[in-house]
Each structure stands twice: as C-alpha cells, then as structure tokens.
Design a protein around this ligand. Sequence first.
Ligand code: 86X
Length: 512
Amino acid sequence: MSSGGGKGAKGGKGGGGGKKKEVKKETKLGMAYKKDDNFGEWYSEVVVNSEMIEYYDISGCYILRPWAMEIWELLKEFFDAEIKKLKLKPYYFPLFVTENVLQKEKDHIEGFAPEVAWVTKSGKSDLEAPIAIRPTSETVMYPYFSKWIRSHRDLPLRCNQWCNVVRWEFSNPTPFIRSREFLWQEGHTAFATKEEADEEVLQILELYRRIYEEFLAVPVSKGRKSEMEKFAGGLYTTSVEAFIPNTGRGIQGATSHCLGQNFAKMFDITFENEKGAREMVWQNSWAYTTRSIGVMVMTHGDDKGLVLPPRVAPIQVIVIPVPYKDADTTAIKEACESAVYTLNESGFRADLDTRENYSPGWKYSHWEMKGVPLRIEIGPKDLANQQVRIVRRDNGLKVDIPAANLVEEVKALLDEIQANLLKTAKEKRDACIEVIHTWDEFTTALNNKRLILAPWCDEEEVEKDVKARTKGDLGAAKTLCTPFDQPELPEGTLCFASGKPAKKWSFWGRSY
Ligand code: 86X
C-alpha cells in the first residue's frame, strides 16, 4: 500500500521553499482552495496533498514522491518500447561539461547563459576551471558523434538518454511545470539524408501526441514553431501544444527538432558517402519532460484533488472495506483481498486500504485526493448480495455490480474513464478556441483567456510587434504553433496584425 501521507504530513508546509500555510490537523482532509477561485494555490495544494510532490528548501526544486515517479515510469515504459522499434539505443553521458565545450555552441547559448549552473569548488578549494551542469546535452554529446561517425555505415546514429537537466530559471517556479532541475528523455540522432531526418521528426512527434492524448488524456495540437519560437540552433521545430483553460495559457508539451546541418558544421560531424566524398550529417533532437505530469494535473484535477487517467494511475482501483459495527469484518476483509487478487491477476493495478486507524469516509477522501480512478467499497450488504459497489473518480457515479463480473466491469469502466477524460478535456479546450480576424478581436480574445487561431502573414517583425503591443503583467502574447491541421484559408484573407496577405492559420496566446 502506498500510504506515504504519514502523520501530519498534509498541507503545503514543508521546507523553506514551500508556502506558509496553517498546518492541517492530521484527520482533516480536503482542499482549502477551489480550482476556479485560486488556480495557483489549488495546483500547489493538489500536487502536495496527493503526495506527488514535497516542497524542498531550494526554490524551484521539488521532491518527486512515488505517486509522481510511478506515473513517470509508466510514461517511460511506453516511450522506451516505441523508440526501441525505431532502433534508438540507450546512452548515458556525463552531467558535467567544461566551459570550453559549452561555449562551442555560443551563438545560441548566449541567450541561455544566465540559466547555466556552475560547480566551482571541491571541498574548500577552487576547481582549476568551473564546470557547468548540463542544461541540455548537445555540447556534451556532439564531440563524440564527430568521433564515432566516420562512414555512411555508421549512420544512422540514434541515441536516447533519460536523465536530469538543470536550468536556473528565475521566473516563478511551479512544480513539474517550471522547475530548476527536471527529468526528461533527450533523443539525438544523425542521418545521411535530410529525408530520413524529416521523417523521424514526425514519427517522434506522433509518439509525443500519443503520450499526451492516449496516456495523459490531454488534447494537444501538433504543429510547427515560428522562426522566433523555434530552437535557434536548429532548422525547424515541431511541437505538441496543450492549453490550460483556467489560466488561458498555452503550454508546450514536447518538441521534436530537425537541426539540419548546423551542429554538424559546429562539431565537425561528417561521414564518407558511398562515392568516397565527405558529407555533413543531418541531425534531430527531441525531448519531453516531467512537465507533462503537471499539464495532466492542471487539466483533470478538480476541487477534490487529483484526477488520474487510468493508463497512468499507479493504483487504478482502490478497494476499501466498509465494516459496520456488528458486521463480520473477517469475511469483508477476505472479500476485499479476493477482489484485489482477482484484479491484479487480470493485470490491473489494484490495492487494498486496510488501515484500521482511519474511517472509510476518510479513506474515500484520501484516495479521491490522490485521483485513483475507481473505488470499490465492500460492506455487509455487498457481502450478503455477492456484489461490490464501484465509484468513479471522474464523475462520482456509483454502480453495484455482481462480484462475479468484477474484471469485465472494471475493464469497461477504466476504458470509459480514460476516454471520458480526454473527451471532456477536449471539449473544454475547444470551447476556448476563438477564430479571429482583426486586432480588436485579438486583444478581446486575449483578455478572455482564449486560445486564438488567427490568420498570419508569417513575418518575424509582426510577431515581435504583437509581443511588444501585448506585453504587461500577464506576459506578452506569442505564437504557440502553426497547426499541421490547417483550416481553409480563403483567398484574400488578411493578417490580423499587419493587414498583409495571410499565409497560414496560427495559434496565438499567452503561454507558460
Ligand atoms: C534548447 C534544445 C533541444 C535536446 C531540445 O529542445 C530537445 C532536447 N535539446 C534545447 N535549449 C538550450 O539549448 C539551452 C542551452 C542552455 Cl546553455 C541553457 F542554459 C538552457 C537551454 N534551454 C534550452
């Protein structure tokens, strides 16, 4: 049983990095904030009370507890199996990088420099030269790509690593969403031709879409980043973009870049082709991070806490004995154990909460807070009727089902919850999309926290101008992506911002 909560561990208190809040009494469960009233506080409360996160005494750093790590492991399991099919190999490169090597990429690193964390000492003595902690691994890996790639027979080179990276951000840290250290996978590949690289960019992007939509039940749009928003070191950037209705902000879910030959030039990564001539490789890089968990929490959580999609729930079914005063508690306990055993045998993640110092009602709230998709209650009446009561976390619906049908019913309900969460989230997201044509419509939609779909001339100057004209306390508006799925653009449609002929529909909005 994962009961981590322990005595008095509830509430947002914790190390100095956490918020000061009244310590709740151990027996008092529940959420102090509502999602629609104070989204920021609600979010902190959900990630802490669900036992995903513990605050830490360094700002922007968080402890990921089993309830978060098990979700990460489930995502990892899926993604690893898929990229193995694409012939990706696992690697691990060092955490540290010398200043010299980091600087090799200096053109586009310049903007990032303030975020790089450095190690300057061992014990009390200064290091000969400071050593950086990787903010991403291009400069760590590519010197070795240069060494390992000699001939066309060494291509493609496909490398993936699961690791942590550190970016010392200064804007307001948020668990999962913006933390100074986070977990990710970074894929780095090299090909002989641009065609192969182009193809992989989209294969990986599709895997990212599946992580969000099929696992986290979060709707995303696949698209291409603008010149301003792309990875400056690459040729073009694709991404999956999600949207948080409560804050009216877009959020990048994952990116898949075609780097072109820029890094091949910088790091001298060349190969001898079949005709014996030297050519530069074509490279890609792509990543998704623990941020994805935060997007899922924001999307599905409610006033009772976390709501987990079954495919990523560490526990899909929690079984709770409901022993009335004079009931046969042994028989009830045995029926519960049998239900858990049957479900586990059928491949479901089911668990039993037998703790005797908590009431059934307390346990209901506890597991609701943790977002477990299904709760099974077994009491004397259920025992007598050879039935169990199943309660859904997503909509609270209760059904009594014959114990004999347990496996089929649980399977059907979990599938239904998984589908329902995506459907509901998609309806909410779609209700926020606003198609606009003029600057006035744009600013109104922005103030109304909309996800804006606008005809755009695709000029960098115009995007800069939109940023300048919308900057304020809430942050400026920018392009999120140009969706691959383009509505029809009638001849003569003008750009909402410049009045020039529009070239495409793009998503605009404030973002994380
Ligand atoms: C950009 C680009 C790329 C591999 C990905 O998006 C996928 C995985 N990397 C990452 N980026 C930086 O290059 C960067 C560099 C420094 Cl020095 C930094 F401090 C922060 C950075 N953030 C992002």
